[in-house]
Design a protein around this ligand. Sequence first.
Ligand code: UD1
Length: 423
Amino acid sequence: MDAILIRGNRPLQGQIRVSGAKNAALPILCATLLSDGASILRNVPNLKDIETTSALLRFLGRDVTLDLPEVRVQPATREANPEAPYDLVRQMRASVLVLGPLLARYGRARVSLPGGCAIGARPVDQHLMGLEALGAKIAVEHGYIHAEAPRLRGAEVVFDMQTVTGTENLMMAAALARGRTTLVNAACEPEVEELGRVLNKMGARVDGAGTSVIHIEGRDELLPFDHAIIADRIEAGTFMAAVGAAGGDVLLENAPLESLEPVVVKLRKARVEIEREGPHVRVRRLDRLSPVDVATAPHPGFPTDMQAQFMAMMCVAGGRSVLTETVFENRFMHVPELSRMGARIETHSNTAIVEGVRQLSGASVMATDLRASASLVIAGLVAEGETLVRRVYHLDRGYEQIEKKLKGVGADVSRVKVSSEEP
Ligand code: UD1
């Protein structure tokens, strides 16, 4: 089992290249199911979730060539099979993104329910409600979603809450539906906007992606596409928080600044300097961090995917900060681990009160989700002594070569083998 060993307490200095966005690449890979030609995706990050999605697409009758950062997807000679089994879906919740495309393209789909996960129940009721509004007959039996519709038809869908993958599933289904679909209270995340760009390249008419009302004019057929994925705002934000915590001066190559605005505003308030330098972004922290309160919210609010990393940074700020998680009901699993490293955090339901300390102390820690693991790496960078972050497979789901990138800016980080899961 891999672990990451960090000897902390040294500033970061140098350059890091930001990879393509995982959460943009996943729906776009699923969108290849909507057409019969060969599609090409560029700037795809080398991550476990990309491998899992490729395995799923292969299972669904596609030839997938991974020549990362390039991926080519085309129909295989064998018969397509619109079924996503539990074994693949349980590895990655985002697998539910094949539901909309399969149903629209084949008139039926059978997709395993993703089930609960570490950061909350995460139901898919909004995905199903939306597809029903487009005319699908849906049944949930034996842990599987069965969906059927000879041809979907455009409709107005009003989401009860903003859901990122729910919006994406509906956009993809609507792109092959007869007529016009309007999605109201849609998620506004930059990755949703990016999917809209790809569906437009495929010949659908998508208007308003990136806002809360999206119009989609469906087509009888969609074309294959060639598309370079946007840079990963959460990866960029994670490195910004790392510099914030550890101090130093790092140039983030190709960091997306606009889509990170809600995070950048909070980082600046905490006295992290962030400046655009052409297509790159310079991040510097010279003075002690100031405490800053944060409440997560759907885009353009502060992203829940940055909450854990920001908290790690606040652990060493000069005072008390309050972090409120409003998107997921159980997203403070990093708190007990950060506390083991000397952080002073109290939680009351969805609020964490962080009392900054001068320094953290290295420990053996593990986390149960991707961003929580990233927060432990950040804490390790600012801790005195050695930190061993276990269960690195969470990190590998979403961060491309994180230890190499950190090493490149002077961190003492290495991947090591550990024999057991016990700390
Ligand atoms: C996506 C991101 C994930 C991010 C999250 C919130 C991908 C692959 N993943 O996840 O990294 O943390 O957005 O920004 O893009 N909900 C329901 N019913 C539904 C759907 C969602 O109640 O049918 C709830 C969820 O439980 C959660 C909230 O809505 O409380 C937002 O979830 P959602 O936006 O759907 O998250 P994901 O799309 O799964």
